[in-house]
Design a protein around this ligand. Structure first.
Ligand SMILES: Cc1cc2nc3c(=O)[nH]c(=O)nc-3n(C[C@H](O)[C@H](O)[C@H](O)COP(=O)(O)O)c2cc1C
Length: 207
């Protein structure tokens, strides 16, 4: 299936504030013709209901249909996996994509990944990414960070994960929330090696 797309990315949406970053990233990945292995934690579903006007259905099958229609995805381009769907490709190093993004990443999920908990498919997929030395990008959001959060971030950085906090810059003079969201999504796409036109690179002309 991945052969028909530009590539495959695992995207996990967990219950930190800022689900807009994840939804915009999903939209950009679909537009760039990437297949997305998507997981949405229960807490993330609460945050989506709180922070957006989206009426996301409860089951992973219905979420897959809903998001595929919303973002005009090709058949099989967005695949949504449930919390304990252990037979999903992301659960094994033999078939997991080369890159995984957890966006936003709750401090609970950050802690579970840092300690190898693997109690649900998101945590297991991140554990696979670490053990296989694949690309793992985490987008935490909390304020302030406790010593526990900071220690976990340091530990994960040392293991090769990239901590890309949901802290948009202001030097591009954002005019809207969408501009601020795009700041982070642009950085994520750059790290994933996907060409982006959301934000000019530093030193190039601002839009
Ligand atoms: C509306 C809302 C906003 C939240 N914001 C944050 C946040 O910014 N950062 C965070 O770490 N947790 C936040 N939480 C708490 C997490 O959702 C909670 O710790 C949850 O257990 C995380 O589970 P998950 O990692 O499985 O998604 C928020 C919860 C809700 C309902």
């Amino acid at each position: 299936m991945s052969d028909v797309f530009q590539g495959r990315i695992t995207l996990a949406i967990t219950g930190a504030s800022g689900v807009q970053y994840a939804l915009r990233l999903l939209e950009c990945l679909v537009r760039a013709d990437y297949q997305v292995m998507l997981m949405i934690s229960r807490a993330a579903q609460v945050v989506i209901a709180t922070e957006t006007t989206l009426s996301l259905p409860g089951s992973s099958e219905a979420q897959e249909r809903f998001l595929s229609e919303k973002y005009a995805a090709r058949l099989g381009q967005i695949r949504v996996f449930a919390r304990e769907q252990w037979m999903a490709p992301v659960a094994s190093g033999s078939s997991a994509p080369a890159a995984m993004v957890v966006c936003p990443c709750s401090t609970g999920c950050l802690s579970a990944i840092a300690t190898g908990a693997s109690n649900n498919l998101i945590e297991r997929a991140a554990d696979v990414a670490l053990k296989e030395r694949r690309q793992l990008i985490l987008v935490p959001r909390e304020a302030p960070y406790s010593e526990i959060h900071l220690e976990h971030m340091l530990r994960l950085t040392r293991m090769g994960a990239v901590i890309l906090p949901a802290s948009p810059g202001f030097y591009h003079q954002p005019q809207s929330i969408e501009d601020m969201v795009d700041f982070i999504v642009a950085r994520l796409l750059s790290h994933l090696g996907i060409e982006q036109t959301l934000l000019p690179a530093w030193g190039e002309k601002l839009l």
